[in-house]
Unconditional design. Sequence first.
Lengths: 111, 351
Amino acid sequence: MANHYYDAADLGKFGNIGEFQKPMADKFFAWYGEVFAEGELTAREKSLVALAVAHAVQCPYCIDAYSSDAYEKGWSEGQMMEAIHVASAIKGGAALVHGVQMMNKVKGIAM
Amino acid sequence: MKSLQAQHHTLANVSEQVGILEHGIDRDDSFALVPFQQKLEEAGLYPLTATQLDIFQINLGKMCNQVCKHCHVDAGPDRKEIMTSETMQQCLDILDANSSFKTVDLTGGAPELNPHFRWFVTEIKKRNRHIIVRCNLTIILANKKYHDLPQFFKDHEVEVVSSLPFYSKDRTDRQRGDGVFEDSIAALQMLNAVGYGMEGSDLKLNLVYNPAGAFLPPSQDVLEKEFKTALKRDFGISFHALYAITNLPISRFLDYLVQSGNYENYMLKLLSAYNPAAASNVMCRNTLSISWDGFIYDCDFNQMLDMKVDCSSQHISQFNKDVLARRSIVVNQHCYGCTAGAGSSCGGAVT
């Protein structure tokens, strides 16, 4: 076992997860493929959504994969960074909006 | 920016390029890719043989008004290799004797910079062949004497195939040089003005996309729609088809891959996208590629690696149709570029 948690080479081994549980892996990859196919959203649009979500979930494999994929599909550096700001704003906002809960609680117990 | 040759760059030497492709950057086989030949064997395609002699592709010279970072020809204004009218006459004689060549595909460098270009096109047209000119667009604006090229192309019913790496200025200029995007747009508008690229028009205007970086092209069909929408919306430009072409690890693109640390990952990317269906449809099977000095190759990439056809007919002075039609294609590791994903050829995807 390596002495670190993430290895870039592991991304290429993602397809091997079926080794321990094949039927579920097959279903996952079939579903994954369909999710990213051309649909009511284009594959190009989905790639940008995936890039933003990859940052929100802070998955280094997903960031690696969708930084390349989004750029290959023609999104510019500026557009990709704006998408990440959207993800970050939602993450930041998600934390901050709980401030209302804090305020409610404090107001409830304060004289 | 100068050509690799003018810089006396190591990679101006073809054997250095082949050394990297076969043995890795350090030539020590520490990075060993599955031999392309082995992939063909697995698919029952080795030896890869010619299927027919359809396309006669002629490289009129390495001189170009642009110095693109990805150029597999290492073309540029400092390159002086250019086809003579005597060699062109030999090509015409071959066309006279071989009616199977339905298409003559003229490339370079910028083929229009050859001083005998217009005469040659006129002579080919007299022989009733379909002519393709691989026009870099900016040549049309480079000098007043080229401003009438759209009309000349129209008069000779030439199919124009033009590189436009992207529909935005940023990516185009990064690959092809500052100002190239604006000039390309102006040239496309001039071609549209004489009728090229319009819906229903027989004056074919096709664009070539190739990635501005170490990655593969996305889906050709999807990209074509995006190009059409963006060019129409932003510049009022129409065109027929978009060809998505993969960059092959040769010459300046190979130099870029090595310098940027992308070489190994790019080769692995090509390998993992290897598609046997694309391999059986590669363009070298129905094409001959002629160099400025009259040598014969399976394709323009083999030409730039100086890998001549594997048969006795290696120069147009000894052209032998029967021998060439039966030849096996010369392959090496760069061939992975034409078999990745949907495949890649001078006419775009092959599957």
